[in-house]
Write a protein that binds this ligand. Sequence first.
Ligand SMILES: [Zn+2]
Length: 81
Amino acid sequence: MPLYEYELCEGNCAACGGRFTLRRPLSAPELTGCPACKRPIRKLLSAFNTPSITKPVSHSDAKKAGFTVLKRVGKGEYERQ
Ligand SMILES: [Zn+2]
């Protein structure tokens, strides 16, 4: 099962510390809230556990989901779009 890292969108949570990792099956529905405090969370992308099969997502989809779209301009360097 892949390991996902999550971060609270806002506020803080005593139970999860505002940032936590969870192992979830690929078939599990997207987690949208902290299991402890139910606050909205976002999934962090970690380079070392990115699944090899990723769903293509457009920049507009990412923006709709509240992401800041970053363009990779070099090794470890990103540019805001
Ligand atoms: Zn929490």
